[in-house]
Design a protein around this ligand. Structure first.
Ligand SMILES: Nc1ncnc2c1ncn2[C@@H]1O[C@H](COP(=O)(O)OP(=O)(O)OP(=O)(O)O)[C@@H](O)[C@H]1O
Length: 275
């Protein structure tokens, strides 16, 4: 590839490949924080479809709106305007009570800081979403997940007795135990070394391929995004580009191409118009 050429599969928003079976969608998604001079337009009319049975990574510069997009689509934050559907259900106008119920049963979460309950064992943390929803644990699913994550001999330990990687694997098991419609992961490997990160990412990918899960992950790391089937790039609250079947090299190339295009636009905007 010649310097400056766009990577083969990087396309702009007008050429995104249509998603035929979306597990979550947004239309005109806008989120404005604050008011007056301190107002921030974190999302600026985002239209996006996240495919069922796919691993999608969301990348973009700091402050581009990645977490806001994820939080709105997961029903953790409410949009200022626009609509959001998760597994065929419109969530943008739901009450807090309805959203809480939806999050318990249809959405799994993995956060950078694990967010396990310190007083509960690994087993109790994993089954917590089902226990709260008063639903039975599917023994076979539990065993499959625990075995795949190599947590079988750690089930009686509390979070402080587990390594960071083991804690994040417990968080992954908890996110998947209820067979949610979609799992949202926010920088899930941000606190992990490269070995533990590879285990968590490999598991997220295999949950898509072997359990048919749909996973959406926000990440800064090209190595992490390379586990996804599709990478979406946000910039200034808008979807800027998409990369299909990425590897770490094509992601780095894309970040470079998009970064220089942004730089050129800024420089262009800073040049006063000729008289
Ligand atoms: N609760 C809030 N109140 C005010 N502004 C906010 C709030 N949350 C986010 N923002 C602003 O919205 C914009 C988008 O933030 P967001 O956290 O979604 O970006 P991000 O791409 O996830 O960033 P990072 O990669 O640094 O985590 C930023 O300018 C941020 O300062």
């Amino acid at each position: 590839m010649h310097p400056g050429d766009a990577p083969r599969t990087l396309v702009g928003p007008d050429r995104f490949r249509p998603v035929t079976d979306a597990i979550a969608s947004a239309r005109g998604l806008t989120k404005v924080y604050g008011a007056g001079e301190t107002q921030v337009r974190a999302l600026d009319g985002v239209d996006v479809d996240l495919a069922r049975g796919e691993f999608t990574a969301i990348m973009g510069p700091s402050g581009s709106g990645k977490s806001t997009l994820m939080h709105c689509m997961a029903g953790l934050d409410s949009p200022t305007a626009g609509s959001i559907e998760v597994d065929g259900v419109e969530i943008s106008r739901m009450s807090q009570r309805q959203l809480t119920k939806l999050r318990r049963t249809r959405i799994g979460f993995v956060f950078q800081a694990y967010n396990l309950v310190p007083t509960l064992t690994a087993r109790e943390n994993i089954t917590l979403p089902l226990d709260i929803a008063r639903r039975p644990v599917d023994r076979e699913r539990f065993e499959t997940i625990v075995r795949t994550l190599e947590l079988t001999d750690r089930l009686h330990h509390r979070p402080t007795e587990l390594s960071g990687g083991q804690q994040q694997r417990v968080a992954c098991a908890r996110a998947l135990i209820a067979a949610p419609s979609v799992v949202f992961a926010d920088e899930p490997t941000g606190n992990l070394d490269s070995t533990a990160a590879a285990e968590v990412l490999g598991f997220l990918r295999s949950s898509v391929e072997e359990l048919g899960q749909s996973v959406v992950m926000v990440t800064h790391e090209p190595m992490a995004a390379a586990y996804a089937h599709r990478v979406l790039y946000l910039a200034d609250g808008r979807l800027e580009a998409e990369l299909r079947d990425p590897d770490a090299g094509s992601i780095l190339d894309a970040l470079g191409t998009l970064g220089s295009a942004r730089e050129q636009r800024r420089e262009g905007a800073a040049v006063p118009a000729a008289r």
